[in-house]
Design a protein around this ligand. Structure first.
Ligand SMILES: CCCCCC[C@@H]1NC[C@@H](O)[C@H](O)[C@H]1C(=O)O
Length: 614
């Protein structure tokens, strides 16, 4: 799915700004709010989560539907002989969309784009756009919610009559989301909303892959595949120019929707040394109609898992970095370009080279930034909080499959994306039939990733602290990704025992013979807490935790990466384990470094991107 762009043939009208907003019911919303101005609306900025934007109403506790509304003014000239599309970069978690009172459709899933062709529905002049959004999570959504139960790390004393009575009362009188995941359930129009205009015959999609490379400056072959839309466009109308970073055309092809193009002296895309080309795809003008154009950036690079190494351009890469979140004060999960640029600056400052989009695909803007900055991404679906009830849920399997298709369709051309994470911490170590069901659920999803990714990148499932002897799934993935908390959630405060236990498990993975990386390990740390023998929650403990565990990783040459948890503190649901959210950041939520950040900066600046253990 192409990101909207303005160029010689296309126009994008941003629908960001302050919309009208009202909360609605737990299970529905007034239909009259979809075809008439909202009564007594409050202001709500888009993009942005609604949860922290208003203080009269406790929007953090909202459960169910809200309605956003705005007018869209369109000049007649824009619609003449054109195609008009309304696009949402995301709406969290489910949306019903109405234009001038007519329902355009619905979308389920809160982290990927969707769009509606409104060519025959948009009027010149004023249009009423209404979007109803549902924030509920449950056993059949991704991420998963514990409907009627307790949240992840939630507080409970199950079985006590008064507590059970209170839980039942809460269900009836104060229903709330119970996320089975450890991040605040920010919701709403978190990302950009656009109206974009194209010619009636248009370029619907473009895929660019690297087929072969030499060294830097040597010939490389890329493959292109253009999908056409609308009537009238034909392969003969297609022209592709490959333009280098200086703006010079270095190769071209025409007359076919797919083919190979050789770049004579190719500049390779590398972590820390990015180089972007642009494939300028054009459709010949058809009579009075302007031909379409789309400018798709891409990088010339190869990805391969070979033996127990992860190769980028044939060189063994070592992941240095973290899991992150789209999370900040005021914006919630809302797209914030200033924050993205700041975070990329901090990734460089830390000497890191990668992150995982835990636990959902991030906004496209961040991938574009990482493409140009040479930062490597593990792209993750919103499948977090799963357990055995999900592994036999056929409807959920279909939804999960569609999410994988949509995520790869959206992100396939980004050179920064090097691996796909199908899920985070699905619980699947119960042994017996339950472990078998997990294997039956995840194996086809791994195969689907291999089937739909034109670049053939590796697939993984990020697995949590579990009984690795009963986990049948992780070992079947291309790369083993482990979230382990020896010294925090177990053997708490005892780093000697933690390192011993870690090595007992590493001896197990040594037998599996696959590349292994850590995608989470860390310690909650409240900045300003100190100690001569740093105990848990102190800055000294977090620093010592990473120093000790990283030293164990260094002893195993088949450990190909260390992505700790987390880049920064972030907001979560209330609970006895969370002090104004999750504090495992090596940065505070407002991006100030804790003591461990300085240790990691020294460590990572001394570790090369390639050949660290080769
Ligand atoms: C019982 C062991 C569970 C470990 C789970 C650790 C969790 N992994 C997923 C992340 O979203 C959480 O924030 C992290 C944590 O809690 O900080």
């Amino acid at each position: 799915m192409l990101y909207p762009q303005t160029n010689a043939a296309r126009t994008v009208v941003s629908l960001d700004g302050v919309w009208n907003f009202r909360t609605a019911g737990a299970t529905d919303y007034p239909t009259e709010w979809t075809d008439a101005p909202l009564p007594e609306p409050m202001p709500m900025a888009v993009p942005g989560s609604y949860n922290d934007q208003n203080d009269e109403t406790n929007l953090r506790a909202h459960y169910g539907w809200v309605v956003y509304q705005r007018t869209v003014e369109v000049p007649a000239a824009l619609l003449k002989n054109s195609r008009a599309v309304l696009r949402f970069d995301a709406a969290t978690h489910a949306a019903d969309v109405y234009l001038n009172g007519e329902k355009l459709g619905s979308h389920k899933g809160g982290f990927l784009p969707f769009e509606f062709d409104v060519t025959d529905k948009l009027k010149a002049g004023s249009n009423l756009l209404a979007v109803a959004i549902d924030n509920r999570v449950n056993q059949s959504t991704l991420p998963v919610g514990n409907e009627g139960n307790v949240a992840f790390f939630g507080s409970d004393n199950a079985g006590i009559p008064s507590v059970e009575a209170g839980k039942q009362w809460a269900l009836e009188h104060t229903p709330q989301n119970m996320p089975n995941f450890d991040f605040f359930n920010f919701a709403g129009l978190n990302r950009h909303v656009e109206l974009y205009i194209t010619p009636k015959s248009y370029i619907a999609d473009i895929a660019v892959i690297t087929k072969s490379i030499g060294g830097e400056g040597e010939p490389a072959v890329i493959g292109y595949d253009v999908t056409l839309g609308g009537e009238g466009a034909a392969p003969a109308d297609v022209h592709v120019s490959i333009v280098d970073a200086s703006g010079a055309t270095v190769a071209e092809a025409s007359g076919a929707t797919a083919g190979d193009i050789e770049i004579p002296a190719a500049h390779l895309w590398n972590p820390g040394a990015a180089y972007l080309y642009t494939a300028v795809v054009t459709l010949a003008d058809a009579g009075e109609e302007v031909g379409d154009e789309y400018r798709q950036t891409f990088g010339v690079r190869t990805i391969e898992v070979k033996g127990r190494q992860f190769l980028i351009n044939g060189k063994p890469f070592y992941f240095k970095g973290f899991g992150k979140h789209e999370d900040s004060f005021f914006h919630g999960r809302g797209t914030d370009q200033v924050l993205n640029v700041k975070d990329v600056s901090l990734i460089h400052w830390l000497g890191a080279n990668s992150f995982r989009t835990s636990h959902y695909p991030y906004a496209e803007n961040m991938y574009d930034l990482c493409d140009r900055e040479g930062i490597v991404i593990i792209d993750e679906t919103p499948a977090v909080g799963m357990s055995w009830p999900q592994y036999t849920d056929k409807a959920l399997f279909e939804h999960h499959s569609q999410v994988i298709r949509d995520m790869i369709a959206r992100d396939k051309n980004h050179p920064c994306v090097v691996m796909w994470s199908i899920a985070n911490e699905p619980w699947y170590d119960q042994g017996g039939e339950k472990s078998e069901n997990a294997l039956k659920y995840f194996t086809p999803l791994r195969d689907l990733v291999h089937e739909v990714d034109p670049q053939g990148r590796p697939a993984t499932v990020v697995c949590c602290q579990n009984d690795y002897t009963k986990d049948l799934v992780t070992r079947t993935m291309d790369v083993v990704c482990l979230n382990r908390y020896y010294g925090w959630y177990n053997l708490s405060g005892n780093l000697d025992a933690a390192c011993y236990a870690l090595n007992v498990e590493l001896d197990f993975w040594d037998e599996i013979g696959k590349p292994v990386m850590f995608t989470e390990y860390g310690a909650d740390t409240v900045e300003g807490i100190h100690g001569t023998h740093g105990e848990m929650f102190s800055e000294e403990y977090q620093r010592e935790y990473f120093a000790r565990v990283d030293a164990e990783f260094d002893k195993r040459d088949w450990i190909i990466g260390e992505q700790l948890w987390n880049f920064a503190d972030f907001s979560t649901i209330q609970g006895p384990m969370r002090v104004e959210g999750n504090r495992k950041g090596i940065l505070t939520r407002d991006r100030q470094p804790k003591m461990a950040a300085h240790f990691l900066r020294d460590r990572w600046k001394a570790i090369p991107d390639f050949g660290y253990k080769a």
